[in-house]
Design a protein around this ligand. Structure first.
Ligand SMILES: [Zn+2]
Length: 237
């Protein structure tokens, strides 16, 4: 194996480690983001219920004012009834008082129903508040636990990235470029072994002439099918 190939093989190991570390950082950050999303959703449900409650409270205030007006009107009409001059006027006053009383009764019923609704909405609001508070507390714990872990991982990642630069600095530019192109296409592996005369990356059989070239050549050889960089004996052997 040529020294250039060894360097590329080393680079591939570094890159596999880096990819794994990046995935781990993503996993931790994804878990935190999901939790924050759940809190946001919960807060949204809570504010929808709070808006429902506010509308009911507003309606209750209106009804209370109307009821107050109706009651004072009733008192006033009752006093007026004592001063009517004719039987006809008295009958008309009686009808008016009856209608007012009915109206008052209707308002009182509506008020009672609204009180019940407000109680139910407030109970639901409490459930949502509790749910959100629980989530926030759990999030706080998770942020404390995992925030440190994410920082730690980021530091490792930074160091590994610096180390990678040292490795790539020693590799010839065209070989490095080829490696990076193949790595992007090759789902994580750019340098693969020839196993049973086939490429271990794509499992396509290597033509005999290419095998001879690999054995003889001191340059870098590629799989004719997938373009991955090939080696015959593991650089660790
Ligand atoms: Zn191949």
């Amino acid at each position: 194996m040529t020294s250039e190939l060894k360097k590329l093989y080393e680079l591939q190991k570094t890159d596999s480690g880096l990819a794994e570390q990046r995935r781990e950082v993503d996993r931790h950050e994804g878990a935190l983001a999901a939790r924050r999303g759940a809190i946001a959703e919960c807060a949204q449900r809570e504010s929808a219920v709070a808006a429902e409650r506010a509308a009911l409270v507003h309606r209750r205030a209106l009804l209370e004012r109307e009821l107050e007006d109706l009651n004072s009107k009733l008192r006033e009409r009752k006093q007026r009834q004592n001063t009517v001059a004719s039987a006809r006027e008295f009958d008309a006053s009686k009808i008016e008082l009856r209608d007012l009383s009915r109206d008052i009764e209707g308002h009182e019923e509506q008020l009672y129903e609204i009180e019940v609704e407000i109680e139910q909405v407030e109970a639901r609001l409490l459930v949502h508040q509790k749910e959100r508070e629980d989530l926030e507390q759990a999030d706080h714990r998770q942020v404390e636990d995992e925030g440190g872990r994410i920082d730690e991982l980021r530091a490792i990642l930074e160091k590994a990235t610096e180390e990678r630069q040292l490795v790539t600095g020693a590799i010839e530019a065209s070989a490095l470029k080829r490696y990076e192109i193949v790595l992007k296409r090759g789902a994580g592996l750019a340098v693969v072994e020839v196993e049973g005369e086939a490429c271990k990356g794509c499992h396509v059989r290597i033509p005999p002439q290419v095998l001879i070239d690999i054995r003889r050549s001191r340059s870098i050889n590629h799989c004719p099918s997938c373009q991955r960089i090939l080696f015959l004996v593991s650089p660790e052997d």
